[in-house]
Design a protein around this ligand. Structure first.
Ligand SMILES: C[S@@+](CC[C@H](N)C(=O)[O-])C[C@H]1O[C@@H](n2cnc3c(N)ncnc32)[C@H](O)[C@@H]1O
Length: 289
């Protein structure tokens, strides 16, 4: 019987074998992360995962993904650094102003018909999106009858979101976004500058609940009139996207709105038929029944 050689010392790997080996190592790392800490990245899009893992491996000065796995298993501080890499927290205030304009035109009139609305911002990162939404609702006189539940997989970014202090250097861009998004006041009314930070008005958070929630593994926790989830599911494989759509469908009230932004779409989901498109470009959907 022929014995297949195992990859080992002294063996030269062809390009194809090296890629396969890296895939095995990556799968093992994700399995270890899940079994040791409960964070499930096993159904995230592999190309971006691989880039992030390689980056962390180099920053930790480790020779292989297996060596990173060994570290992650034994050292929670390395796990936290890897988690920050994997969860990709890029965000901005009034990001994609056209989304906010569409929200103002198509969703705000629906919100006026409810005495009280519960809104879930899933994958809220460091909170810029939540402060933007709070400002939008405040300016439409809807904030006092709204409650925003803002969640993310990553406890660190939630902590920063709670603080509400964003880099002062970003305020010029954010002011531009705010104006393009239909902002009605002077943007600087909402924050005070201290050193290099812009501290946002605490009262903007009076109706916000921040919590850790993992879209890949946690259950529905309330019924919402609006769910906003932008720039999150692009990092997921199709199977995980489908499960998250199931979770959102379960969590949305009848006639509730799912706001995905222009990068994600409900079109390929099993639920597509049960939603009407309120805005084709900004992917605002309303549940029919
Ligand atoms: C690129 S940011 C998008 C932030 C914001 N929604 C926006 O559009 O600016 C993606 C966020 O999704 C979060 N995330 C990734 N996987 C998640 C999961 N399984 N459950 C909850 N949040 C997740 C990340 O931690 C990160 O903060």
């Amino acid at each position: 019987m022929a014995v297949r050689p195992q990859h080992g010392e002294g063996l030269t790997l062809t390009g194809h074998e090296a890629v396969d080996l890296e895939k095995i190592e990556l799968d093992c790392l994700l399995e270890a992360l899940y079994r040791r800490y409960g964070f499930d990245f096993r159904e995230y899009a592999p190309a971006s995962l691989r880039r992030r893992v390689n980056r962390r491996m180099n920053l930790e000065e480790l020779p292989s993904i297996s060596a990173l796995q060994e570290r992650v298993l034994r050292d929670p501080a390395v796990m936290e650094r890897l988690l920050l890499d994997l969860s990709i927290n890029v965000t901005a205030m009034f990001r994609d102003p056209s989304f906010h304009l569409a929200f103002l035109a198509k969703v705000v009139p629906l919100l006026r018909t409810y005495p009280f609305t519960r809104i879930w911002v899933a994958g809220c990162s460091t909170g810029e999106e939540v402060y933007s939404l709070a400002i939008l609702l405040e300016e439409e006189s809807l904030y006092d009858r709204s409650r925003i539940y803002a969640t993310d997989i990553n406890e660190d970014v939630i902590e920063r979101a709670r603080l509400g202090v964003f880099p002062l250097a970003k305020m010029q861009d954010y002011t531009r976004n705010y104006i393009s998004a239909g902002g009605k006041r002077s943007f600087s009314d909402y924050y005070t500058s201290a050193y290099d930070g812009a501290a946002f008005d605490r009262s903007l958070m009076r109706n916000v609940v921040f919590a850790q929630h993992n879209l890949a593994t946690d259950r529905s926790f309330n019924e919402f009139h609006v769910i906003v989830c932008r720039n999150v599911m692009i990092y997921f494989e199709r199977s995980l996207q489908q499960r998250v759509f199931d979770l959102f469908d379960e969590s949305l009230a009848r006639l509730g709105v799912l706001a995905l932004g222009h990068k994600e779409s409900l079109r390929t989901s099993a639920h597509a038929d049960r939603y009407e498109e309120l805005d084709v470009v900004e992917r605002l959907y309303r549940k029919k029944k």
